[in-house]
Design a protein around this ligand. Structure first.
Ligand code: BGC
Length: 754
């Protein structure tokens, strides 16, 4: 088949080229003053089918200018650029490197189409912010948007045009290493966070400080069975629409330029070749105007799935389903021209995909100034600037969740003269970071990181006495325990940094035991015997099972993985300079066997009564049904009282809005900020509804002793749900509305919709 194709294309090529040579002198597509649409139409007319396939080809780049650039593989890639066979690179980073590669594309290829440079800027480029899961616990949308904007600004100055973020996968499974990249378990909250991230990354895409975003992994990758990476997914259209799709849709509605296929299957068909997901839903129903990119090799991996028989079949199935750019599997560049010539794929479909990609190249201004983003001077002053680090510190402090604080052990009493800090991770820059800081580029900003040890030293100087407590693999021994106990015995308070190394967060980091290691539990038991106030600082990229350590310590501070300013942010919270405000967006399981555990579950036919008495209910016999810490939970150094919940009407029409009011009082002695959460429950419907669904929230500042009356407005859309076709319905009947400080402790009122 390939032979026939080469024959035809050799025959056509001279004809195509001579047609173009006539118009080549002042081509319209190079005219700044023409409209983008006209420029695209003009350019498309000039492109050969190989060049069109080239626009749909994204390759892994790496360095081309250093010694690696002389490598035969790298040289071959550069030749492909000259031949117009590469539309985009991922992993070519830095102003100088991107400029060098762009020069070849623009000056040495026939049409001079610029390259789009992409990179996984997941939580900061050089100034690393908290992991997305942690950041989401802040419930601070303006800050989340700002964090994304800082990341975009740094990346843009380094020649990048495009990031593969935000990840919008809803997940209930802390075994999955990638929960760190999302916004937790709630579809509504996931949606507002996704939109904020898209806005922060993209702005209006009309300057040189914003970049294209990617909604990933479309769709339902968060449902991977047993939390194992690259595993299968089996969800119904009912769950797809109600649980998994809302955040992707919100990101698309916020203007995300690209959507990435997931690795998983949906209804037995890999996402990359899934016509229902890509064409029917994304392109037709949602009217997505951007372009679709595969995940790494996900086109060719349809062969391993057993859905495509070879590369050609994979390209045919991916492109026919509506997917567009092929990341690294090369099946499109190798097979698409022949598939077009054989009439298996229509040129109109390919043109549509190419137009979408070219649109963003024009929109970013790359045809007029291909080096606009690759600015070494701007790169030097932007990366790791003081302002960026200040934002990262604020964001990190705002992401820390206080899970337990008996006897108000925290904030650390200012009279404390000696503070024991135990824990190997507290001093290890290597363990502070996850996979997504660009380790593979060889240039991540680990050296600039402030460890917990550094941060506490900055705040408390010589009051800090450090001991390791456990080994790199989180095991311990008598000697390490003895040294820690000795240090603790002389201290006023003991801080123990435990958890799981950051290296175990991210892609390909599934864990069967998301819990505190035996060694760390043993260490805590020994430290508890000193009788000193014990504070666990838990570092992890996911909620861990904390049930064993909870009774051993007075306080638990969930530090997640907080980025470059970790230590300063932790010190800000421990000292009380920052009163914690974050609330977890993923439930903390009581036991591994309880996974998946999440607040917005259905009621079952046999819900456990509140008094938990009796038999034959949906329950565990050895543990509670409830998680250790529920969605929306997080303490502060002050307390809040909720009362006087009232609603504008107990019976409303479908077109009415319900006004919900509540009084919230800061009953403590210090100022604080509270995340006030509103949930609903649709009691009976034609499709069952969760026992609670978050529908709104407000993060409010309350001075000590202050009371505020808050008002929420619920509309028909807030009370609706999707059917299996993706249509929204509001059905009449009984509802409940709840307001409170977490998903378990809530005031409630009943109302009906007529
Ligand atoms: C991941 C994506 C990522 C891509 C490019 C894949 O393995 O699943 O999330 O964007 O690699 O690095």
């Amino acid at each position: 088949m390939k032979k026939i194709f080469f024959g035809i294309s050799l025959f056509l090529a001279p004809f195509l080229l001579s047609a173009q040579q006539k118009t080549n002198e002042h081509p319209l597509y190079k005219n700044k003053n023409a409209s983008i649409q006209d420029r695209i139409t003009d350019l498309l007319k000039r492109m050969t089918i190989e060049e069109k396939a080239g626009q749909l080809n994204q390759l892994n780049g790496g360095s081309f200018t250093g010694p690696a650039g002389n490598d035969a593989g790298q040289k071959a890639k550069m030749q492909m650029v000259r031949d117009g066979k590469v539309g985009s690179f991922l992993n070519v980073i830095g102003a100088a490197e991107t400029k060098a590669v762009q020069k070849i594309a623009v000056e040495e290829s026939r049409l001079g189409i610029p390259i789009l440079f992409a990179f996984d800027v997941i939580h900061g480029y050089k100034t690393i912010f908290p992991i997305p899961l942690a950041e989401a616990c802040s419930w601070d949308l303006p800050q989340i948007e700002k964090n994304a904007a800082v990341a975009a600004k740094e990346a843009a100055a380094a020649g990048l045009h495009w990031t593969f973020a935000p990840m919008c996968d809803i997940s209930n499974d802390p075994r999955w290493g990638r929960v760190m990249e999302g916004a937790g378990e709630d579809p509504y909250y996931g949606s507002v966070v996704a939109a904020a991230r898209v806005k922060g990354l993209q702005g209006n895409l009309n300057d040189d400080t914003h970049i294209l975003s990617t909604v990933k992994h479309y769709a339902a990758y968060g449902a991977v069975e047993a939390g194992r990476e690259y595993n299968n997914v089996d969800v119904s259209r009912f769950s797809l629409w109600n649980k998994y799709l809302p955040p992707y849709k919100a990101a698309v509605d916020a203007g995300a330029a690209t959507v990435m296929n997931a690795f998983n299957v949906f209804e037995g068909v890999p996402a990359s070749g899934n016509k229902y997901l890509v064409t029917d839903v994304l392109l037709n129903k949602w009217k997505f105007k951007g372009f679709v990119v595969s995940d790494w090799s996900s086109f060719s991996e349809m062969i391993q799935h057993g859905y495509a028989k070879d590369g050609e079949d994979a390209a045919l199935k991916a492109i026919s389903a509506g997917s567009m750019m092929d990341m690294e599997s090369k099946v499109v560049i190798e097979n698409l021209p022949a598939l077009i010539l054989e009439g298996k794929i229509s040129i109109q479909q390919v043109d549509d995909a190419v137009k979408r990609i070219l649109y963003y190249k024009f929109k970013l201004g790359l045809f007029d100034n291909p080096y606009k983003f690759s600015d070494e001077q701007r790169e030097a002053v932007t990366e790791l600037s003081k302002e960026n680090k200040a934002e990262a510190r604020k964001a990190a402090a705002g992401s820390i969740v206080l899970l337990k604080n008996d006897n108000q052990v925290l904030p650390i009493n200012p009279s404390a003269k000696k503070i024991a800090l135990v824990g190997r991770y507290a001093k290890s820059k290597e363990d502070m970071f996850d996979f997504w800081i660009g380790y593979w580029t060889g240039k991540p900003s680990v050296d600039d990181a402030v460890t917990i040890y550094d941060g506490l030293k900055n705040k408390y100087g010589n009051a800090i006495e450090y001991s390791e407590g456990y080994n790199a693999d989180a095991t311990t021994n008598d000697e390490l325990i003895k040294a820690a106990v000795q240090s603790a015995s002389n201290a006023d308070i003991v801080l123990v940094n435990i958890g799981i190394s950051g290296k175990m967060a991210g892609e390909d980091r599934a864990l069967a035991f998301p819990e505190i290691s035996e060694g760390q539990v043993e260490l805590l038991k020994a430290l508890q015997k000193t009788g000193k106030p014990l504070v666990a600082l838990v570092s992890s990229g996911r909620p861990l099972v904390l049930t064993k350590i909870q009774p051993l310590v007075s306080s638990i501070v969930q530090c997640w993985i907080l980025g470059i300013e970790t230590g300063n942010a932790v010190a800000d919270v421990l000292s009380g300079d920052v009163n914690p405000t974050a609330k977890t967006v993923m439930s903390f399981p009581y036991a591994i066997g309880q996974i998946p555990v999440y607040y917005n579950h259905f009621n079952t036919s046999r819900p456990l009564p509140t008094d938990k008495e009796g038999n034959w209910f949906s329950r565990y016999r050895d543990i509670p049904n409830a998680p250790l810490y529920p969605f929306g939970f997080g303490l502060s150094y002050t307390n809040y009282k909720y009362d006087n919940l009232r609603i504008s009407n107990t019976s409303i029409q479908k077109t009415d809005k319900l006004i919900v009011k509540v009084n919230v009082t800061n009953t403590g002695k210090i100022d604080g900020e509270e995340v006030v959460q509103l949930y609903i429950r649709d009691i009976t419907a034609s499709l069952i509804r969760p026992v609670k669904e978050l529908k709104s929230f407000q993060k409010i500042k309350l001075k000590a002793g202050e009371m505020k009356e808050l008002s929420f407005l619920l509309s028909a859309k807030d009370l609706s749900f999707y059917d299996a076709n993706g249509d929204l319905h509001l059905e009449p009947g009984a509802f409940k509305v709840f307001v409170g400080g977490d998903s378990e402790h809530l005031l409630e009122k009943d109302f009906t919709v007529q």
